[in-house]
Ligand binder design. Structure first.
Ligand code: GRF
Length: 321
């Protein structure tokens, strides 16, 4: 199994979601490990549990400190622990933009509502008062906006006719304990998920001017130009033509560049079946350490190879400024 993803958990209180993470991490094949449990409150009961489970803990009061200064102290402790992901589990602090930026796409939160409904506090009573039949919980990536950011997963929890905020909260908490570790496990292994990889390629290919997607022999492909006369600049190969790897096929300037790339990094590049002869290159996307900026650049270069002159000309002009 590949290295486990290293996690720091931030709590302010009880820490039952933290406990769910800790016990999930003990199950066989769990793809993450807990490096640190940190809190803004040295008396948070969750810290005692983490200690008992032999997990490193850290606490630093926020009182008397500017938000940025306190976040900086927490950030340093997280980095020190070796964690690559931050999991917020009842961390009752609004985070500074600087902190959020440092952990973009590497920080998750759980919120006890079906987002985008009921951001903020008092979510259970608000759901009951609204006459909702279902409430629930959401795991989302953290962005600068409170309880915003892309939702990764949700669980619906039925509201019973005699529920009050406490009974509902209790049931939602059970759902949280299931959802959070499972979602984290999926998230930290996303680079092995062909659908996630395809999504990343698609987003980048479609961001280029006048492109559209059209499958070719069952493989997703992207073309530039009109639907009628467009030309392919990229294919997504997943076990395509009997090849084992997941790869992106893009055009190079020709067989010289293709050979130079393979020479420079034979683990990453190979000459794809059928397309190799005409100077296409395959870039592996299943190494677990894809450099997505490089993929963006390669897609763009390939696009430039086949885009109509009027489009590449526009790019040349823009580049001069
Ligand atoms: C949970 O209700 C969670 O949804 C919210 O804060 C609470 C944390 O509870 N973000 P616990 O400390 O994990 O028990």
């Amino acid at each position: 199994m590949a290295d486990k993803a290293k996690i720091a958990i931030l709590i302010s209180g009880r820490g039952s979601n933290m406990a769910a993470m800790v016990y999930a991490a003990k199950t066989p094949d769990c793809p993450f490990e807990i490096m640190l449990v940190a809190s803004n409150d040295p008396d948070a009961p969750g810290l005692r549990l983490a200690e008992a489970e032999s997990i490193a803990t850290f606490a630093h009061r926020h009182k008397g400190l500017a938000r940025e200064a306190h976040d900086e102290i927490m950030h340093d402790a997280i980095v020190q622990s070796g964690a690559e992901y931050v999991v917020l589990a009842g961390y009752m602090r609004i985070l500074s933009d600087g902190f959020v930026r440092k952990w973009t796409n590497h920080m998750l939160n759980i919120h006890p509502s079906l987002l985008p409904k009921y951001k903020g506090l008092d979510t259970y009573q608000r759901a009951i008062d609204a006459g909702d039949r279902v409430a629930g919980c959401s795991v989302h990536l953290v962005t600068a906006e409170l309880d915003d950011g892309p939702v990764l997963a949700q669980t619906e929890v039925a509201i019973l006719s005699d529920d009050d905020a406490d009974t509902l909260a209790g049931r939602i908490l059970i759902a949280e304990h299931q959802l959070y570790p499972a979602t984290l496990a999926r998230y930290v292994t996303r680079e092995n998920d062909p659908d996630w990889i395809l999504g990343q390629v698609r987003e980048r290919a479609m961001a280029l001017a006048e492109t559209h997607e059209r499958p070719s022999f069952g493989a997703p492909g992207w073309r530039v130009g009109s639907e009628r006369t467009g030309k392919y600049f990229a294919y997504f190969a997943q076990s395509h033509h009997g090849e084992a790897s997941i790869a992106l096929l893009v055009k190079t300037t020709g067989t010289d560049e293709q050979a130079a790339l393979i020479d420079a990094d034979p683990e990453l590049y190979y000459s794809p079946k059928f397309y190799g002869k005409s100077g296409w290159i395959a870039i592996r996307l299943d190494t677990g350490s894809t450099d997505w900026d490089h993929i963006t650049e390669r897609l763009y270069k390939s696009w430039c190879q086949v885009a109509p002159r009027r489009l590449t000309k526009m790019v040349e002009i823009a580049d001069q400024f």
